[in-house]
Design a protein around this ligand. Structure first.
Ligand code: HEC
Ligand code: HEC
Ligand code: HEC
Ligand code: HEC
Ligand code: HEC
Length: 187
């Protein structure tokens, strides 16, 4: 959680300089801190349930659930790199050059494929820049995607289901005797 820069901008407030402020000014500052505190409180869990509308209604329930396509068929990078990444358009075309070609959504997918540009999917899960996380080690240890992403195979629209906060990471690290030093995840 980062406060907007203006709140601790030296032009407005210098640490240890509170005594220089008249009581009149302390009231609005107190109010501002209260509002920021409330915002921080809500911010701490507001990402659970986040599921933006995507450029086409791609359903994990239909693909990974009903049609039982393995997660790694489309997210194979999860096994070999930090990011799992969303699949390239060629992966969709493995099937959709013949499957459901009369669908306007598939026609949109095909147009992007032919133009050589990816669909502008909206990212759902994201750690702050100061956190180091890699899929590769976790997949190598045999953890199911669902441990951290919930029952994706039942979701029509992908939603974040775990908070993926520090406490979540550390409690699993403790249970599995993985490192918990600060510099494991913060460089
Ligand atoms: C392994 C095969 C396979 C792959 C790969 C695949 N799909 Fe599908 N997709 C299907 C099947 C099967 C259906 C259901 C077709 C039906 O309802 O008859 C489907 C249905 C869809 C539909 C619903 C179409 C409609 O109008 O009902 C969309 C949208 C879609 N896929 C998008 C994608 C996208 C985007 C990708 C790439 C990220 C992708 N699919 C990759 C097999 C695949
Ligand atoms: C047919 C290809 C396909 C399969 C199979 C598939 N996915 Fe996806 N996945 C996608 C596409 C395309 C997106 C981006 C669109 C979206 O978010 O719905 C995506 C998005 C995601 C995201 C969100 C990424 C973000 O932006 O944070 C997660 C998590 C995810 N998939 C997990 C899984 C899991 C777990 C499985 C297996 C149960 C799985 N996927 C199976 C194609 C697939
Ligand atoms: C140990 C927890 C954990 C497991 C297991 C896990 N993920 Fe993730 N996943 C995360 C976290 C944390 C992020 C956000 C990472 C970031 O912002 O760098 C994420 C992000 C993603 C994303 C979007 C951003 C990216 O890195 O490409 C996709 C897609 C995804 N995961 C798919 C999967 C799939 C598929 C599996 C199983 C093969 C899986 N994840 C297993 C924790 C996990
Ligand atoms: C489901 C349990 C689980 C969860 C949840 C989990 N981890 Fe891990 N993580 C592990 C295990 C076990 C290892 C050790 C893997 C190995 O054997 O190398 C590990 C390894 C790591 C490593 C490499 C440590 C090293 O130097 O060897 C990092 C970094 C890491 N995890 C970060 C994270 C972050 C950040 C999160 C939360 C977003 C997270 N992990 C969530 C189980 C988990
Ligand atoms: C297993 C991974 C992991 C380890 C170990 C870890 N952290 Fe974190 N930390 C995270 C993740 C993920 C976040 C970002 C999500 C959040 O806000 O909790 C985070 C966030 C933070 C933040 C910002 C919190 C906020 O509310 O803005 C601080 C400060 C922090 N960590 C300090 C530490 C210190 C100090 C240690 C060592 C005692 C430590 N971390 C060990 C994963 C880890």
């Amino acid at each position: 959680m980062r406060f907007p820069r203006a709140a601790n901008d030296p032009k407005h407030l210098v640490a240890g300089d509170l005594s220089a402020l008249e009581p009149k000014k302390i009231v609005p500052i107190g109010l501002a801190l209260l509002i920021l505190g409330g915002w921080a409180f809500f911010d701490s869990f507001s990402n659970v349930g986040y599921g933006p509308t995507q450029p086409i209604p791609f359903s994990h329930k239909l693909h990974a659930g009903t049609n039982k396509i393995p997660c790694l068929y489309c997210h194979s990078n999860a096994e070999r790199s930090r990011h799992a990444t969303v699949p390239a358009m060629t992966v969709c075309m493995n099937c959709h050059s013949v499957v459901k070609t009369d669908s306007p959504y598939i026609q949109k997918v095909t147009k992007y494929y032919q133009a050589g540009t990816p669909l502008p999917w909206i990212r759902v899960h994201r750690e702050p820049d100061y956190v180091y996380f890699s899929h590769q080690w976790h997949i190598a240890r045999g953890f199911a995607c669902q441990k951290c992403h919930g029952e994706v195979q039942n979701m029509d629209v992908i939603r974040q289901s775990k908070d993926l906060k520090m406490g979540f990471c550390i409690s699993c690290h403790r249970q599995n005797k993985a490192p918990t030093d600060c510099n494991t995840c913060h460089v």
